[in-house]
Ligand binder design. Structure first.
Ligand SMILES: [Mn+2]
Length: 314
């Protein structure tokens, strides 16, 4: 725990902490995410948390600067304390970093600090007020999320047979995951997640922690309207910039990421407007090749594990 974490006093429980989990290869997109939250999130009374693995002082400084007026409310939680647990987990070449699993550990790592955690992927920008997610009653649900795109036959079979999900159409995209922290911890969902991973016999996960979250939560999560995790489904025509602009949370879930030089995502201008609010504003955009090399250099073990898994055809 560093000084930022300690400065949040016990008893000063936040109603909501907005959290993201990253390693060094995601400092830039996470900075853009934080800048968008500070600008549009309308949650000055909440805190931000970066669950970080291997971040250095310069990384933390850039992330904090990106929070603008919310800089004093940005806390860092070092995933080093759980690295032993994370290291053993499976990764894929598409998602080569174990930090993706940190969303399953968030309620444990932030225990007692908040009533709810809004976990956001780092390939996201927030465009409008997050207050509805702060005010929304959980009813008896442990979490809330937006349903993912309907899967094809093979995907639906995988959900039912490998993941043991009873209703294959009730499958969330975990890129935006609102967690009822006390209910999660009381129900032991972090432990359920690790047990599920240890006992998993279905080959490799297709969507890692998202598969795990769906399997352990089953019907304990509440579906949210699509505007809270807006991205194009594979079978849909592309959306216009206006459609993306209207969404509360835009998720750059598929295709080339908008921080890569040749990305043609229709919401790219939106993305770059938030990037201008970060210390990365004057830096050149990375190339796809540079992105892959950077990822491999920063997470060599995970990248290697991903390559080996792919070669083995898991
Ligand atoms: Mn994502």
């Amino acid at each position: 725990m560093n000084s930022d974490t300690q400065s949040i006093q016990a008893g000063n429980k936040d109603r909501m902490i907005v959290a993201a989990a990253i390693d060094r290869s995601f400092v830039e997109p996470a900075s853009v995410l934080l800048a968008s939250i500070a600008k549009n999130g309308d949650i000055p009374d909440c805190s931000l948390a970066i669950l970080g693995l291997g971040l250095n002082d310069a990384d933390r400084k850039m992330l904090k600067q990106s929070c603008g007026a919310m800089g004093a409310k940005c806390l860092f939680v070092d995933l080093k304390q759980v690295e032993g647990r994370l290291k053993k987990l499976p990764v894929t070449l598409a998602v080569p970093s174990v930090v993706s699993y940190a969303r399953l550990l968030g309620p444990d790592l932030l225990k007692g600090r908040c009533e709810r955690i809004l976990y956001l992927d780092s390939d996201i920008v927030v465009q409008h007020s997050l207050r509805p997610l702060l005010e929304m009653p959980f009813d008896d649900y442990v979490a809330a999320a937006v349903p993912d795109q309907p899967g094809n036959e093979s995907m639906r079979t995988y959900r039912v047979e490998a993941l043991k999900i009873r209703d294959p159409d009730h499958y969330m995209n975990a890129g935006v995951l609102l967690i009822n922290a006390d209910a999660w911890n009381k129900g032991g969902y972090t432990e359920k997640a690790f047990e599920f991973i240890a006992d998993f016999k279905g080959g490799s996960f297709r969507y890692l922690d998202q598969d795990v979250a769906n399997s352990i939560l089953q019907n304990d999560w509440k579906p949210l309207p699509r505007a809270w995790n807006f991205f194009r489904h594979g079978d849909e025509p592309e959306f216009s910039l206006d459609q993306y602009s209207d969404a509360s949370i835009v998720h750059f879930a598929s295709g080339m990421k908008p921080w890569v030089r040749n990305s043609r995502h229709p919401a790219r201008e939106l993305y770059l407007s938030y990037r201008k609010l970060t210390p990365f504003a004057d830096k050149p955009l990375m190339t796809e090749k540079g992105r892959r090399i950077g990822q491999a250099l920063r997470s060599p073990i995970s990248t290697l594990k991903g390559i080996i898994q792919r070669l083995r055809g898991d």
